[in-house]
Design a protein around this ligand. Structure first.
Ligand code: 13P
Length: 290
C-alpha cells in the first residue's frame, strides 16, 4: 500500500538524512525508481508534475500505474505518490484521484495572501484524507512545465506563516534552480537555510532542483534541515545518453534490437543506477523501516 510522505520525512528530519523524490515520466521510469528503492531498502517519493500526468494519461492512470507496479514488483519499502508543483485545481484533482501526497505551489499566485489562504484550505482537505501536503514559499529558479521563476530566496517569516498552517513539509528557495545549473551559479545560500530553519523548527524542508548540486552542498543542506530532495533532470540526462549510445552502437540493427523493450532497457538501467546513487548520497539507504 502506498503511504503519505509525512512519517518518512519526519524520520529523515530527525535522523539527518534525505529522502529522494524522483519525477515520473512514464511506465519505465516508475519501474526503475521502484526497483532502485527496493534494492537499497530506502523509502522513496514518486512525484508527478501536471505535464507528466497529462502525458501519462491523467491522474487516475498515474495512481493505478504506481499502485499496480508496487504490488506486481513486490515492493516492500515505503512509497508515497506525490503531486509535484500542483496548482490549486491540480491539488484537488490529485486528492480525488488517490495520490497519497500533494504539493500546492502557491509561490506563483498574485500575492502571498492568496498562497497562504489556499494552502490553509488544502491542508485541511489533504489531512481529512490522510494525505501529506507540501507548500512553497519563494520561487525556485529555472523553468518547469512552462513556469519560470526568478529563484529568489524565501522570506523566513513567510515560511513560518505557512509552516503554522500545518503543512507537512515546505519548499523554500535557497538559491536552488530547476534544470542544469549555469556555470556561474553561486551555490546554495546556507545562511538563508539557517534563518528559515530557526523559524520553522523541526518541519522537514524540501530542496527542489536537486540535480547537479555538488555532494558537499547536498550534505550540508541535509544537516541544515533539508529532508526531501527532488531529482528529475539528472535522470533525464542519463536516460537520453544511454538511449543514444544504444543507437550509436547500431544495436537497433542487430538481432531484434528494434524491439522497444530492448531499446528502452539501457535507459531504464541508467535511471536505476542514478536513483541508487542519489539514495546513497542522501543517506536513506537501509532506512526503509527505521
Ligand atoms: P531537477 O529537474 O533540477 O532535478 O529538479 C526537480 C524538481 O525540483 C522537481 O520539482
Amino acid at each position: 500500500m502506498l503511504v503519505s510522505a509525512t512519517e518518512m520525512l519526519k524520520k529523515a528530519e530527525a535522523g539527518h538524512y534525505g529522502v529522494g523524490a524522483f519525477n515520473l515520466n512514464n511506465l519505465e521510469w516508475t519501474k526503475s525508481i521502484l526497483q532502485a528503492a527496493e534494492e537499497t531498502q530506502s523509502p522513496v517519493i514518486l512525484q508527478c508534475s501536471a505535464g507528466a500526468g497529462k502525458y501519462m494519461g491523467g491522474w487516475r492512470t498515474v495512481v493505478d500505474l504506481v499502485k499496480d507496479l508496487y504490488d506486481f514488483m513486490d515492493i516492500t519499502v515505503p512509497v508515497a505518490l506525490h503531486l509535484d508543483h500542483g496548482t490549486y485545481d491540480a491539488a484537488k484533482e490529485c486528492l480525488a484521484a488517490g495520490f497519497t501526497s500533494i504539493m500546492y505551489d502557491g509561490s506563483h499566485e498574485e500575492s502571498f495572501e492568496i498562497n497562504h489562504d489556499r494552502t490553509a484550505e488544502l491542508v485541511k482537505l489533504a489531512h481529512s484524507k490522510g494525505v501529506s501536503i507540501e507548500a512553497e514559499v519563494g520561487g525556485i529558479g529555472g523553468t518547469e512545465d512552462g513556469v519560470t521563476s526568478r529563484g529568489e530566496c524565501a522570506d523566513p517569516k513567510e515560511c513560518k506563516a505557512i509552516a503554522d498552517l500545518g503543512v507537512d513539509f515546505l519548499a523554500c528557495g535557497i538559491g536552488n534552480i530547476h534544470g542544469v545549473y549555469p556555470a556561474d551559479w553561486e551555490g546554495l545560500q546556507f545562511d538563508v537555510l539557517a534563518a528559515i530553519k530557526a523559524e520553522v523548527g523541526d518541519l522537514p524542508l524540501v530542496l527542489h532542483g536537486g540535480s547537479g548540486i555538488p555532494e558537499d552542498q547536498i550534505k550540508r543542506a541535509i544537516q541544515g534541515g533539508v529532508s526531501k530532495i527532488n531529482v528529475n533532470t539528472e535522470n533525464q540526462i542519463v536516460f537520453a545518453q544511454a538511449t543514444r549510445e544504444y543507437f550509436e552502437a547500431g544495436n537497433d540493427k542487430k538481432e531484434k534490437g528494434f524491439d522497444p523493450r530492448k531499446v528502452l532497457k539501457p535507459g531504464m538501467d541508467a535511471v536505476v543506477d542514478m536513483v541508487k546513487q542519489k539514495i546513497v548520497m542522501f543517506g536513506s539507504d537501509g532506512k526503509a523501516w527505521n
